[in-house]
Write a protein that binds this ligand. Structure first.
Ligand code: KIV
Length: 272
């Protein structure tokens, strides 16, 4: 399939707003290293998220909570080096912004100074609004994240669909408006009913990007390793696997092992 994005200009928060206005859907994927960042960028994805899902995917942790600010900075720096077109958004890790707004600003400034990324993403609404506002006053663009917020997994107790009850749905709508009014440039909605996500996308002027939030929003995000089948043990209903790279890699590696054992590798042309 050919690259669909002819426009090689750098994606900016302003351009994302224009895309929403003209009804052009926004594509977003995660990346955690230079090579993947380069591949995803070249394929024409609009937003690359250096997600704290790296805690699970790259480090093998059960949740996103253990990944540190230093580790996120290390990964984000590598991704940024490989990207020329996409907007690079970096997740602020658990513990780096919830304490108070002064600490949040210090963490945000460190990430921006050391990684050269474009923007940050934080999970939460009213509870973290003061931190969001303080970071925004420093000129750092912020993407919000509501619905299933993996950094709060210990509060929920499970990764089931959020905001199915009225009270939680109403709070989510209020929080979405608060984040937009504060100045966030976009919002991620994770694992909530499609109708609710569609309503939020209609009410907000900023782009709403969904993961497990249906097709009525302004764009979609998936975890790269899930959609290319490098990970196999995570299969929620919303995940479309476009390729099974794990089995392709397994086959290649088994072939290599057998060639080494049999002495078939290296051959005459593969030596000096
Ligand atoms: O960390 C992450 O990968 C995310 C996406 C699921 C939106 O926050």
């Amino acid at each position: 399939m050919s690259v669909h994005n002819e426009d090689q200009r750098r994606v900016t928060t302003h351009r994302l707003l224009e895309m929403k206005k003209r009804g052009e859907k926004i594509s977003m994927l995660t990346a955690y290293d230079f090579t993947m960042g380069t591949i995803v960028d070249k394929a024409g994805v609009d937003i690359i998220l250096v997600g704290d899902s790296a805690s699970n995917v790259m480090c093998g942790n059960l949740t996103t909570l253990p990944i540190t600010l230093d580790q996120m900075i290390f990964l984000a720096k590598s991704v940024v080096r490989g990207v020329t077109r996409a907007l690079v958004v970096i997740d602020m890790p658990f513990g780096s912004y919830q304490g108070n707004s002064k600490e949040a600003l210090a963490s945000a400034i460190r990430i921006m100074k050391e990684t050269h990324g474009d923007c940050l993403k934080v999970e939460g609404g009213e509870e973290i609004l003061e931190s969001v506002k303080r970071i925004l006053t420093a000129g750092i663009p912020i993407m919000g994240h509501l619905g299933l917020m993996p950094q709060s997994i210990n509060k929920y107790g499970s990764y089931t669909v959020r905001a199915q009850e009225n009270a939680e749905a109403e709070k989510l709508i209020r929080d979405a408006h608060l984040l937009e009014e504060a100045g966030c440039f976009a919002l991620v909605l994770e694992k909530i009913p499609a109708k609710l996500a569609q309503r939020v996308a209609k009410e907000l002027t900023i782009p709403v990007i969904g993961i497990g939030a249906g097709g009525g929003v302004d764009g979609q995000v998936l975890v790269l390793h899930d959609m290319i089948g490098l990970t196999q043990d995570f299969s929620p209903r919303f995940l479309r696997r476009y390729v099974n790279l794990q089995s392709i890699m397994n086959e290649a590696i088994e072939h290599y092992v057998s060639d080494v054992k049999s002495g078939d590798f290296p051959n005459e042309q593969e030596q000096y």
